[in-house]
Write a protein that binds this ligand. Structure first.
Ligand code: NAP
Length: 530
């Protein structure tokens, strides 16, 4: 099968790809979306693990491009669970009649720029070749699962699951001995649910992690109606806030207030729940002493919640709070009080081996019937690098990024004309509410395509100088931030051999939007258009 040709091809039908399709179609360009899964939803299509739930409030983790959509959709919970978010993505696909332009079950394996023809040629795992003038990678930031290099992993005889590739049919752990490897966001959400089913649950923890309670609850209809009555105002406030989420950030330093006032602020945010905990003071991610006051508050909460002091101690993180992505949970710490849950601290030495029916760590065999890898993703770059992308002159993206990702605005790359990445490395994306960040990138790209068409332009490419300056800027703003100081997936530390580079832009959503708009307003400064 071959020979199809479009103005634009979009890779991925998650929230980014769906909205990109909608915008490109409205420009009157021909467009095709290629999606590896059998349905829409991206992250929310794949991550079906027990307890999967968004930790940005549902009234904000939603599109805003269509006021009608915003008004007609009713979220049922403060934090939406995966099935509801997937239903929302499916609703959007139907409401805007998007499916007819999507090829499902089609994984892009290669994308090669044809210098002579000035267009991209994509190859898929179905043996198709599809040509397009512009290629938009809407492939997600956390979509390439990270399978840990644990000796013997392949020899495990029982069922093995990765949280990011969870089966579509129900998984029942009743009566089984289960191992969960990892204690990141996915693990922290799934562990309490799996513990309620399993005969015994072993949690293998390499690094203790911070989590704050979600206090999830059914959405109060009065609150929902009030937000809907003035949705644009909430969205406008969110746009002005550093993470692109509407919540109050206290502009005081944690060190300038008295200890009892500080405790009251933390206690109020703890009682309210969720990520706004980190907005308690402005310097929590800038000053180690300020950060330690928040960390101490959470450490005390762990000691309160976990009955066995030795287990509490092992669960207590020693590093900077918020350095790794803060987790949001429902009943995580208390789960370790259950008689059927055992914490296996592997901070001193890695898991030695996985055998047919056990996980061996700290010199002991832990017999298990099922294995859950909650070991995260090759974040931000993994999904792109798993596609053989070659730009002008046959230059491979893998070579360009050998020392770490380099991109202009996280949107485009020197040497890769007419290729756009939605929420690519160097964009605020994962440090913000993904939905508005996605919409902003899609709008920027769609406006750029409209501009090119109106101006009779066929080719756009970031200059090396603009890209270098942006990469330097991304590094400069990251350097003083405590988030750049630990071994997180933000810096690629979770994938052996990955270059250590702070990948997202940490200058905040408002600053980024302003810069991206100014660049477009200046006739796409830093790009060559021909
Ligand atoms: P993650 O944060 O990268 O956590 C992976 C866990 O696996 C870590 O505890 C890590 O330990 C451990 N691990 C990795 N390799 C290991 C190995 N070889 N041996 C033992 N342990 C190993 O991944 P995630 O939990 O899937 O979350 C990724 C991101 O997705 C989150 O940070 C968040 O941005 C997003 N997410 C959001 C939600 C939500 O909205 N509620 C839910 C899930 C995920 P180390 O810490 O020592 O590396």
């Amino acid at each position: 099968m071959s020979g199809r040709e479009f103005d634009v091809v979009v890779v991925g039908a998650g929230f980014a790809g769906l909205y990109m399709l909608h915008r490109v179609r409205a420009l009157g360009l021909s467009v095709r979306v290629l999606e590896a899964g059998d349905g829409v939803g991206g992250t929310w299509y794949w991550n079906r693990y027990p307890g999967a739930r968004c930790d940005v409030e549902s009234m904000q983790y939603s599109y805003q491009f269509s006021p009608e959509l915003q008004q007609e959709w009713d979220w049922t919970e403060r934090y939406a669970a995966q099935p509801e978010i997937l239903r929302y993505a499916e609703h959007v696909a139907d409401r805007f009649d998007l499916r007819r332009d999507i090829d499902f079950g089609t994984r892009v394996t290669a994308a090669v720029f044809d210098d002579g023809a000035g267009r991209w040629m994509l190859e898929t795992d179905r043996g198709e070749r599809i040509a397009a003038t512009w290629c938009v990678m809407a492939t997600g930031c956390l979509s390439a699962p990270n399978d840990p290099p644990i000796p013997g992993l392949e020899s495990f005889a029982g069922p093995r699951y990765h949280t990011g590739r969870w089966p579509h049919e129900p998984v029942d752990f009743t009566g089984l001995r289960v191992a969960v490897i990892g204690t990141g966001s996915s693990a922290i959400q799934s562990i309490p649910v799996i513990a309620r089913q399993a005969a015994h649950l072993y949690v293998f923890q390499r690094t203790a992690n911070y989590t704050v309670p979600a206090h999830n609850r059914p959405l109060d209809p009065a609150y929902r109606d009030a937000v809907k009555a003035d949705y644009p105002a909430m969205r406008a406030r969110a746009r002005q806030n550093f993470p692109g989420i509407d919540y109050r950030i206290n502009l005081q330093s944690a060190l300038e207030v008295a200890a009892d006032e500080r405790e009251r602020e933390y206690a109020a945010r703890w009682a309210d729940g969720g990520l706004p905990f980190m907005g308690a003071f402005r310097d929590l991610l800038l000053d180690p002493a300020a950060n330690d006051t928040a960390a101490a508050f959470v450490r005390a909460k762990i000691r309160e919640a976990v009955a066995d002091p030795a287990v509490a101690d092992a669960l207590t993180p020693r590093n900077v709070i918020g350095c790794k992505r803060l987790c949001v949970d429902t009943g995580y710490w208390a789960t370790f009080n259950r008689p059927n849950v055992t914490l296996v601290d592997i901070s001193g030495a890695p898991i030695e081996a996985i055998t047919a029916d056990a996980v061996r760590a700290n010199g002991r065999e832990h017999p298990v019937d099922a294995l859950v890898l909650a070991t995260g993703f090759d974040a931000m770059t993994g999904t792109l690098l798993r596609i053989d992308i070659r730009g002008a002159g046959g230059r491979r993206l893998r070579d360009k990024w050998a020392e770490g990702p380099r991109a202009y605005l996280g949107l485009a790359m020197a040497g890769f004309p007419n290729l756009f990445t939605i929420t690519g490395p160097g964009s605020p994306s994962v440090l913000t509410n993904m939905l508005p960040s996605i919409e902003q990138h899609v709008d920027w790209i769609a406006d750029c395509l409209a501009y090119m068409r109106a101006s009779g332009l066929a080719r756009i490419e970031a200059t090396a100088a603009a890209e270098d300056a942006w990469v330097a800027h991304v590094g400069e703003v990251a350097a003083p931030n405590l988030r750049s100081t630990c071994s997180s997936w933000y810096v690629g530390a979770n994938v052996p051999g990955k270059p250590r580079v702070f990948m997202p832009y940490i200058g905040g959503f408002p600053a980024y939007v302003e810069k991206a708009a100014a660049i477009a307003g200046a006739g796409y400064a830093g790009f060559v258009l021909t």
